[in-house]
Design a protein around this ligand. Sequence first.
Ligand code: ZN
Length: 307
Amino acid sequence: MTDLASLKAADLPLVRTRMVGEVRMHALEAGLQRLDGGAMFGVVPKPLWERRIPADARNRIPLALRCFLLEMPDALVLVETGLGNKESEKFTDIYGVENAAEDPAHPDRLHDALAEAGFSAADVDIVVNTHLHFDHAGGNTYRDANGEVKLSFPEARYLVQRGEWEYAHDTNERTSASYLPYNYDPVERAGRLELLEGDGEIVPGLSVFGTPGHCPHHQSVLVRSGGQAACILADVLPTMAHLPLPWIMGYDVEPLRTLESKRALLDRAVRESWLLCSVHDPLTAWGSAVMGARGVELGGDEDGGRR
Ligand SMILES: [Zn+2]
């Protein structure tokens, strides 16, 4: 566990694949970022959180930039797009971003993973952003060799909650650093944006539901097929270390709403035997939700494998 602090993007398997009923789901490792451990665990004291995820010399913990590719019967769906390639060296240093492509033809590591899963960017039919923070929507667009910002998935419809779209365009001093317009405004200009109004089905077997708190219109994604279900949690529960109810990020704008979103989500997850899929856990892509002595834990089915 102690070597987690020196985790490198190349230590993780670029792609992990499993079935959810009849749906093939790929966890695509789009790289790593490193955020302040204290901010990631809110009111939880460091002696407790550092046993789960140890910090580096700058007090940062490694976090995956995991995206999920779903081969739905009617569409190829990408949930989250990682951080992209548009940020400065200073930004990359502060946030410890490690997401450069191994293939020089690719804008970033997400596209390496997509290719390894057997797809190209043009194959993606639908992009779902759980919210528009830079580490979830940054790869919606990329900067090409001429410095122009272009859509990363030229054939896709990009889906986000209307409330989140409005929130991203009405920032304040505390929220503005997370919302970078070049990650999403070009999508609207290209006519590829579709705004969602609350909970609902996107394509048969794939739905979204509100899990507010991290931001007011944060959504999680649910895949159902053949009697099985998998939930892409995103920032309502950023790493598996955040399974205990009070382990809530200091970044959240409404932490007590996160608490209620988590409580409701985890109740349902246990009752309906969901597979929990993590966007930011440094190692574990997914695991089944089971009730343990102290609350919800990961049961079997866990995949925290390294390369
Ligand atoms: Zn995030």
